[in-house]
Design a protein around this ligand. Sequence first.
Ligand code: UDP
Ligand code: MG
Length: 141
Amino acid sequence: MNNITFAIIKPDAVKNRNTGKIYDRIISAGFEIKSAKLLRMTQSQAEGFYAVHKERPFFGELTEFMSSGPCMVLALQKENAVEEWRKTIGATNPEEAENGTIRKDFATNIQENAVHGSDSDENAKKEIGFFFSDSELIANN
Ligand code: UDP
Ligand code: MG
């Protein structure tokens, strides 16, 4: 699964009516959507998803934000998907994100930063498995 990554259009972006614009960026950047769904996380689901950050001072606020409204979860395919998607979204802090990146254009601040992207192939696989069953992923054929 090296050519697949996991993305979230976060609650701020859905609320701010940016879902369609971000879909357009995904497609223009050459990603193929292998699965997508709209859902609202419970806070405990958000805590599970972001468990690596549980000792960080922003964990409570982050999981509250991530469960504050609907978000769109997606599995995206492209050659070198993890790195390519991280490039497309830009730096965590929108003030440091490059021009033309999704976070530069749609993030509100370092927390409400519009989108998520996996940071490794291993985590992409885990994160896809957190939200999708194998049968929900469109097969390559
Ligand atoms: N975050 C935050 N405050 C910070 C750093 C991160 O609220 O000082 C949030 C932000 O929504 C970020 C998420 O926690 O996207 C996960 O942080 P990470 O460092 O993994 O950044 P990412 O991989 O999303 O760029
Ligand atoms: Mg991260």
